[in-house]
Design a protein around this ligand. Structure first.
Ligand code: AMP
Ligand code: MG
Length: 422
C-alpha cells in the first residue's frame, strides 16, 4: 500500500482540522450540569443588578441631610426606630433624626438615603451619634450599579466556569443552552500492550497512552469510551471501528499510524475510504500524526510514542473537541518565557518539548522537564507546558527567549498562535 506522505505545516494542519470540525447540536441542560461546557446562547441580564438599593454595610440607615455639619465638637444624634435585617424591608417614613438599624444586603427603605457603618457611630442604648456629614448613597450599593437590565453578561461561546454558574443562578436561569458533549472513543493498538495490572512479559509494555488520553479528555469535560486492542490485526480492529463510526463524533487511535509493517491505521482509513486531511506534519515529535474524516466522524491517528501522543492531543484533538462544544477560546495560550537550560539540538521541524513552567510573579521561566525523546513518558508527568521551538532554529542557550504552550490551563485563546515566524 502506498500512502503519499507530504508534510504540511502545523498551522495548516490545525486549520484543516478545525475546518472539518462541526459543532454538535444545541441542547438545554440544567444550569448546574453546564459546568465545563460552552454557552450556546448569549447570557443577558434580565434585571438590574443590584436589583434594589441595598446596604453595603452593617450599620444605620439615615436621611443624609440629618447629619449635615456634624463634627467631633458637634455630634449629631439619631434615634433607632426599627430593625431591617437582610431579606426584609420597611415602609416606615423616617422623621428628622430617626434611623433604621440595618444589615448588609437589606433593601434601603425609601425614606433613608445613606448608611452609617457601626464603626462610624457611637452607640448608647437605642440612640447613636455621628461626627461627620454623610452624603446621599454613602455605603449603599445602588440598584443597577453593576449591570442594567438588558446588558450582555457573558457571550455565547464562553466556557462555563463557576462564575458563569453564579450568574445563571443570579438571573434565575435554571436551564441553559449548550452544545451536546461530543462522544469520543479511544482505540489503542499494539500487540505489545498489556494493562496496568497485568504482568509484563518479555517484549511487552504497559499501555500508558489510553489512560493518559482518558485524562486529557476529562480535563476538557469529556468521558471517553475506551477500547484497547492488544493486537495489530486488521480483522479485529475493523468491526469495532465500524460500530464506533455509527456511535461517536471522534475516534482517537494511538499507535499504528506510521510506516511499519504492522501499522494498520493507513489500511483502516483505506478500508473505510476515509478522507485523509493530512498524514504528515512538519513537527517533532509526532510527525506521523494523521487526521481523517469519515462522514461526521473525525479520526485522530496519534503516534504511539507517549510524548508525541500527548502533544498530538493538545495540538489537534483539544481545539477540535472544544470547537465541537461551541467554544470560542479553543487554542492553548502561547506565552513568552526565558529558557533556564541549554537546548543545543537543531530543530529541522517545529519542536515540542515537555516543559516545566515556573512563574516568579514578574517573570516566566521554562525548562525541559526531563528525558526528551518522543518515547519519553516520565517528562510528561513533570510538565505543565510545552516549549515550542521554531523550525530552522538551533543552539538555544540558558537565558534565551522562547515560547511555551500552556497545556494545563482551562482558559484558551481564539487564535492558533504557533506559526512559521512566531
Ligand atoms: P507505534 O506508533 O505503534 O509505532 O508505536 C510507537 C512506540 O510507542 C512503540 O515503542 C510502542 O511500543 C509505543 N506505544 C504504542 N502504543 C502505546 C501505548 N498505548 N502506551 C505506551 N506506549 C505505546
Ligand atoms: Mg504499534
Amino acid at each position: 500500500m502506498t500512502f503519499n506522505r507530504t508534510p504540511i505545516h502545523i498551522t495548516e494542519a490545525v486549520a484543516r482540522v478545525i475546518k472539518n470540525t462541526s459543532k454538535t447540536e444545541v441542547e438545554t441542560v440544567r444550569y448546574l450540569d453546564s459546568y465545563g461546557k460552552y454557552l450556546a446562547e448569549d447570557l443577558y441580564a434580565n434585571d438590574d443588578l443590584p436589583m434594589f438599593n441595598k446596604s453595603a454595610m452593617d450599620g444605620f440607615a439615615i436621611r443624609a441631610e440629618d447629619s449635615k455639619d456634624a463634627s467631633g465638637e458637634n455630634r449629631k444624634s439619631f434615634k433607632v426606630v426599627e430593625e431591617v435585617p437582610a431579606g426584609t424591608t420597611s415602609d416606615y417614613e423616617l422623621q428628622k433624626n430617626e434611623a433604621f438599624r440595618i444589615m448588609t444586603g437589606a433593601e434601603i427603605p425609601t425614606s433613608a438615603d445613606a448608611v452609617v457603618m457601626f464603626e462610624q457611630a457611637k452607640e448608647d442604648g437605642n440612640t447613636f451619634t455621628v461626627r461627620k456629614t454623610f452624603n446621599p448613597s454613602d455605603n449603599i450599593a445602588l440598584k443597577g450599579e453593576e449591570v442594567k437590565s438588558g446588558d450582555l453578561i457573558v457571550p455565547k461561546g464562553t466556557l462555563i466556569n463557576p462564575g458563569v454558574i453564579a450568574n445563571l443562578a443570579t438571573f434565575g436561569h435554571s436551564t441553559v443552552k449548550v452544545h451536546r458533549t461530543p462522544r469520543v472513543a479511544i482505540l489503542s493498538t499494539g500487540s505489545e500492550l498489556v494493562d496496568v495490572d497485568q504482568p509484563v512479559e518479555r517484549g511487552k509494555i504497559r499501555n500508558s497512552n489510553t489512560p493518559m488520553i482518558v485524562s486529557q479528555l476529562k480535563r476538557i469535560g469529556i468521558r471517553a469510551e475506551v477500547h484497547t486492542f492488544k493486537t495489530d490485526q486488521l480483522d479485529v480492529i475493523i468491526p469495532i471501528f465500524e460500530r464506533m463510526l455509527k456511535e461517536v463524533d471522534v475516534i482517537i487511535t494511538t499507535g499504528g499510524v506510521s510506516v511499519g509493517d504492522y501499522d494498520l491505521l493507513p489500511k483502516v482509513y483505506e478500508h473505510f475510504q476515509a478522507e485523509v486531511l493530512f498524514n504528515k506534519v512538519a513537527m517533532r515529535p509526532g510527525s506521523v500524526t494523521t487526521v481523517a474524516k469519515l462522514k461526521d466522524t473525525l479520526l485522530f491517528g496519534l503516534s504511539g510514542n507517549p510524548s508525541a501522543c500527548y502533544s498530538g492531543f493538545e495540538l489537534f484533538v483539544r481545539p477540535s473537541v472544544r470547537y465541537m462544544m461551541g467554544g470560542n477560546d479553543i487554542y492553548a495560550p502561547l506565552i513568552p518565557a526565558t529558557l533556564e537550560e541549554d537546548f543545543t539540538k537543531p530543530n529541522p521541524f517545529t519542536r515540542f518539548i515537555r516543559a516545566e513552567v515556573r512563574y516568579t510573579g514578574s517573570e516566566v521561566f521554562v525548562s525541559p522537564s526531563g528525558f526528551n525523546k518522543s518515547n519519553a513518558v516520565t517528562s510528561i508527568a513533570r510538565s505543565n507546558g510545552v516549549i515550542v521551538l521554531p523550525s530552522g532554529s538551533r543552539g538555544f542557550k540558558t537565558g534565551d527567549a522562547v515560547h511555551v504552550m500552556l497545556t494545563d490551563v482551562t482558559s484558551g485563546v481564539t487564535k492558533f498562535l504557533i506559526n512559521e515566524d512566531f
